[in-house]
Ligand binder design. Structure first.
Ligand SMILES: [Zn+2]
Length: 315
């Protein structure tokens, strides 16, 4: 009988689950809206429902584990979520215990950016690479670091929060309590904020940015591609700050590959030059020349495939 892992990517908006084989084949998948309430158990109930639906369409399979990627800091060994800023009902929640009680199978928990790093190193842009850094550019900036083939967790499991590396000493306040974190300059949220700031400062009512009310980072990318200078400047800054962060990480970790993914990496062609320029100026020559900077290849499935891989490893 084919062994499978039920792999879940729990986001602030959607809960996605897939039945994944040991070779990384996705046999079935479902997508729900993430339930919003003050009760964490509702998310567990929703995952149980998704698991049942996922299994209904696959035949002759044995489920060996359920593995969940969650948007927050976690303790891997204890299966505990420390803090999930976008799903606060999960703060201090023992997710593994709750899933094992509900589903009566082995459960595994991982941070979403770590899961994406594992996924890309299993089947994506950093395949067969032992030292890599994954950068996810979404609502925030997430990171996963793989050293000598192992995910870097730190003593409590909270390592690799690279989005909160400081790149502006007196910069914009950040949700983490600090200010000037790279998340405040290179995430999708930051792209929109910086575009608005530039428009205000330069009083440029001719920019198309000032015409739109519900501005998104995708809108700004489109406007930049039409040649708008302010929109192009927003992406130049996104790359500049990412370059500052990566220069430090390259000097510290000497990675072979850096993978950049997430929705706000769509502006790649507009930010990559300023990113590479900063890496070249600020890091040592040998590690900077060594580090390949690659686009993520697995898209939304990186996290699902990453936790599935962990599931097969841990059971
Ligand atoms: Zn921060």
């Amino acid at each position: 009988m084919k062994k499978i892992v039920l792999a879940t990517d729990l986001g602030g908006t959607n809960l996605r689950m897939a039945a994944v084989s040991s070779s990384g084949e996705i046999l079935s998948r479902v997508k729900y809206k993430t339930p919003r309430s003050e009760n964490a158990q509702e998310i567990v109930e929703s995952m149980a429902k998704a698991a049942k639906e996922c299994m209904a369409t696959v035949e002759d399979c044995e489920v060996i584990a359920i593995a969940a990627a969650v948007p927050g800091t976690i303790n891997f060994e204890k299966g505990l979520i420390f803090k999930a800023p976008n799903l606060p009902e999960l703060d201090r929640f023992e997710m593994v215990k709750a899933l094992e009680e509900k589903l009566q199978i082995k459960a595994i928990l991982e941070n979403d950016a770590n899961a994406a790093a594992i996924g890309e190193s299993w089947l994506g842009a950093s395949k067969n690479v032992n030292n890599s850094i994954m950068v996810t550019l979404g609502t925030g900036v997430g990171g996963g670091i793989i050293i000598e083939g192992k995910i870097l967790r730190g003593i409590d499991g909270t390592a690799a929060e690279i989005g909160h590396i400081n790149v502006e000493p007196e910069g914009h306040p950040c949700g983490c309590g600090s200010f000037g974190c790279v998340e405040q300059y290179s995430s999708a949220t930051a792209i929109v904020r910086i575009a608005r700031e530039l428009i205000e400062r330069e009083e440029n009512e001719f920019s198309k940015i000032s015409e739109k009310e519900d501005l998104t980072s995708a809108d700004i990318y489109e406007i930049a591609n039409e040649g708008d200078d302010i929109a192009k400047e927003v992406f130049r800054r996104q790359g500049y700050y990412l370059g500052l962060m990566l220069a430090g990480l390259i000097n510290t970790l000497n990675p072979e590959t850096i993978v950049i993914g997430g929705g706000a990496s769509a502006g790649w062609d507009l930010f990559i030059d300023s990113l590479k320029e900063q890496v070249k100026i600020r890091s040592y020559c040998e590690p900077a020349n060594r580090a390949k900077i690659e686009k993520a290849r697995l898209g939304d499935d990186a996290g699902i495939l990453g936790v599935a891989k962990l599931g097969f490893e841990k059971v």
